[in-house]
Design a protein around this ligand. Structure first.
Ligand code: SF4
Length: 359
């Protein structure tokens, strides 16, 4: 935490370019000279990128925006619970760029570049500006895998961030997927609308046009990320009849209070984003400072039950470490009573016996 004894350096005016190095962070007043040696060490392991639109939202380095993107010396310390591939993507990749975990869907990862690098990223060992982009041959190989696996009905484009592709390349991928009769649904997971909204311009929005059921899932962790520019980018997609969902990670110091979580959910609904997932943090290396225990997450969500509209209610999910899949971990409202009947806990905490229901 920032203290009065060690105040944050003054913030200079609007950043004009993406901050990528420790020198950039120092010049922007986001780190102190004393932090530089440890951060140079972090920089040898993990990429940094803070685009101007996101840098402008940072009021102090330890605020909910700064914490997500400013590197911290603690990142090079890992513990035994952490794993470089916490959700087991690598073992489930039949060809480069494809991850096949569930029977009816597959991930397509055309590149490993992001508009910013989240300090808690579950793919942090893989993403970065030096991370690979599938070249034409590798992309065609990945698309061929999708063509020949007719049990796949949904393609989840992720990365990296697929909206970092050029509009031309995105359009080519859409056309290729459109040529596969068994693909009914395409999902794009992206941080671009909040991190670098100008990139989601009309040309890119046009490139997403398809006859398939197309969904955009925006990664947003704090209400302040949904700026007028971000909402305008999202509107460009919505205007093309593409529904927009939200996914967030429960993060210490970012959205781990009832007030912050409520504001995040309400801000999404106000932007016509349906909150979809609230993720339990994956145990990627050096991310312990963001960890919120599951029971605390359940209490947080329970505190909002009955106060926040149901359309703002995300599914709280855990990716079971080791690649065992995603499961809902929401607070439970049904319990079996001593007489074998079910009891329901109301939003106000009172417990009610369901006379007709037996466990
Ligand atoms: S945008 Fe997604 S993939 Fe990229 S750094 Fe953030 S969490 Fe990782």
């Amino acid at each position: 935490m920032t203290s009065a004894v060690n105040p944050p350096p003054p913030r200079p005016a609007t950043a004009s370019r993406t901050l990528r190095s420790v020198t950039d962070l120092l010049a922007a007043g986001l780190v102190t000279p004393a932090q530089v040696p440890a951060l140079e060490d972090v920089a040898r392991h993990y990429a940094t990128a803070i685009p101007p639109a996101f840098a402008d939202l940072i009021e102090t380095p330890d605020d909910p925006i700064g914490r997500q993107v400013i590197p911290d010396g603690a990142e090079i310390h890992t513990d035994t619970t952490e794993d470089p591939d916490p959700i087991g993507d690598d073992a489930l990749s039949p060809v480069p760029g494809i991850v096949h975990r569930y029977a009816d869907r597959a991930l397509l990862k055309p590149l490993l570049v992001c508009p910013l690098y989240c300090r808690f990223c579950f793919r942090r060992e893989h993403v970065g500006p030096g991370g690979s982009v599938l070249d034409d041959a590798a992309l065609e190989h990945a698309l061929d895998w999708l063509r020949t696996h007719t049990g796949i009905h949904e393609v989840v484009m992720t990365g990296g961030d697929p909206l970092m592709l050029s509009a031309r390349r995105m359009r080519a991928i859409m056309q290729a997927l459109e040529g596969m009769d068994h693909i009914h649904t395409i999902r794009i997971h992206s941080r671009v609308p909040v991190a670098d909204p100008g990139r989601l311009d009309d040309e890119m929005a046009d490139a997403l046009e398809t006859t398939r059921s197309m969904w955009l899932v925006v990664h947003v962790n704090h209400a302040r990320e949904l700026t007028p520019q971000a909402r305008a980018a999202i509107r460009r997609v919505q205007a093309r009849a593409i529904p927009v969902l939200g996914q967030s990670v429960l993060l210490r110091g970012v959205n781990d209070t009832p007030q912050a979580l409520e504001a995040l959910l309400r801000a999404q609904v106000a932007a016509r984003i349906r909150p979809y997932y609230l993720h339990q943090l994956d145990p990627a290396p050096g991310t312990a400072r963001f960890h919120v225990p599951i029971r605390e997450g359940q209490r947080l969500l329970a505190s909002l039950r009955g106060r926040v509209t149901g359309i703002a209610w995300p599914t709280y999910v855990l990716d079971i470490p080791g690649g065992h899949g995603k499961v809902p971990i929401a607070p439970g409202y049904l319990h079996e009573g001593p007489d074998g009947t079910l009891h329901a806990t109301a939003p106000d905490g009172t417990i009610h016996r369901l006379a007709r229901e037996r466990g």
